[in-house]
Design a protein around this ligand. Structure first.
Ligand SMILES: Cc1ncc(COP(=O)(O)O)c(C=O)c1O
Length: 391
């Protein structure tokens, strides 16, 4: 599906639908009139096939305990095979209500209070929260910018592991907010360091469908070399914007780790599956390929527009290449002093965005723009931002 058809068919108005992105602006930013291009949530309805299946189920009117069917697994396995080239096995899989919930659960299950957990900022801020809320020791190895593109600092990563001996590494792949799709070589290198020092790898691959170049899943690195110390989490919630339907996946290929998790879950997780969440995901996995094509075309076009417009009007704004995710990481420091970003972006340009320091204390002066919206919203945001900076 092309961008025009996608927007015509699926773009929706979201104000006054109890949307955090649109209706919590006063509460979150102190200004209900901002244009929201913050939280990773989109202005596009799910594929028609999904809303139809949900409507039929709602019409049925019964929402009792539900089971996971083989059809669900087949749909998910097929989607993963087509889009991420993975070889998901049924026994690896368990369910949760969200990827962030799983981060908390897996930290609980596989580490003890006080243990170190290592992450690579700038990175999705709930990684920090999960580690700190669970009273683990936060260890960071910052990504480094090389010729305008972020890379892992492997020497620093290994040095931090040797110094602090973390038990767990949370990998963000593709990486939010810097938009990297890690190559197999980069993943192999970082996972080999973890193997050498016996650090468990928790790969958050929630953005794996939103990619503009080939994606390599952590389970496929060097033909599954690292499966015995790897846990993977993902969900249809980013791809199809289904976050509030509370259905996500945990993969644990290694039997010993899986048993450890199952024993932990027996004690702490007695929730049922989300009937509606699983139905939406199943139908999306079965029929959503063309929809995803339209979404990717729209995100890419919004990215090109924003990048080219910044290059023309404010050429010293630095934008990292968008290899994956629908999030644009923008360095405003050439024009805006670090302590003036809120004043310029929020008070003057009237935008609700994610500020750089949410992702790293060293990322002041950066902002993250959510591109998964209509071209009209992106044009408005870019125009208002440029005018505010020029002022
Ligand atoms: C890297 C990453 N993990 C997890 C999530 C959220 O997942 P969930 O809504 O399933 O908790 C996001 C949302 O943007 C994300 O970017």
């Amino acid at each position: 599906m092309n961008k025009e058809k996608f927007i015509e068919t699926y773009a929706v108005e979201r104000k006054q639908t109890d949307s955090t992105k649109w209706d919590a602006l006063e509460e979150r930013f102190g200004d209900g009139e901002l244009l929201p291009i913050w939280v990773a949530d989109m202005e596009f309805a799910v594929p028609k096939t999904v809303s139809q299946a949900l409507a039929e189920r709602i019409q049925h009117g019964v929402f009792g305990y539900s089971m996971v069917t083989t059809d669900y697994f087949k749909a998910y396995q097929g989607w993963q095979q087509r889009h991420a080239k993975t070889n998901l096995q049924e026994e690896w899989l368990s369910f949760s209500t969200g990827v962030v919930q799983s981060l908390y659960d897996l930290i609980d299950c596989f580490t003890e209070v006080g243990d170190g957990v290592i992450i690579q900022p700038p990175v999705y801020y709930p990684f920090f929260n999960a580690i700190q809320d669970k009273h683990r020791t936060l260890i960071t190895s910052d990504l480094k910018l090389e010729a305008g593109r972020y890379v892992m600092d492997l020497a620093d990563f290994e040095a931090k592991i040797i110094a602090h001996q973390p038990k767990l590494y949370i990998l963000c792949s593709p990486h939010n907010p810097v938009g990297r799709v890690w190559s197999e070589e980069e993943l192999a290198a970082v996972m080999a360091i973890c193997e050498k020092h016996q650090v468990l790898v928790l790969a958050d691959e929630i953005h794996s469908d939103i990619v503009f170049q080939p994606f390599c899943s952590a389970v496929m690195v060097e033909n599954g070399r690292f499966l015995d110390r790897l846990i993977l989490v993902n969900s249809s919630s980013k791809t199809f914007n289904l976050a509030s339907l509370l259905n996500s996946h945990v993969w644990i290929p290694d039997e010993t780790l899986r048993t450890q998790y199952q024993n932990w879950a027996k004690e702490y997780k007695q929730t049922e599956n989300s009937l509606i969440g699983q139905l939406a995901a199943k139908v999306a996995y079965e029929t959503g390929d063309e929809w995803l094509e339209g979404l990717l075309a729209t995100i890419n076009s919004n990215y090109q527009y924003a990048k080219e417009t910044f290059a023309e009007k404010l050429p010293n704004i630095q934008v990292t290449p968008l290899e994956g995710t629908y999030l644009m990481w923008v360095d405003l420091r050439a024009y805006v002093a670090e302590d003036k970003v809120k004043e310029v972006v929020q008070d003057t340009a009237k935008l609700a965005i994610d500020f750089g320091e949410w992702f790293s204390p060293d990322a002041k002066g950066f902002i993250r723009i959510n591109l998964a919206t209509t071209p009209a919203n992106i044009e408005q945001a870019v125009t208002q931002l440029i005018a505010a900076i020029q002022k």
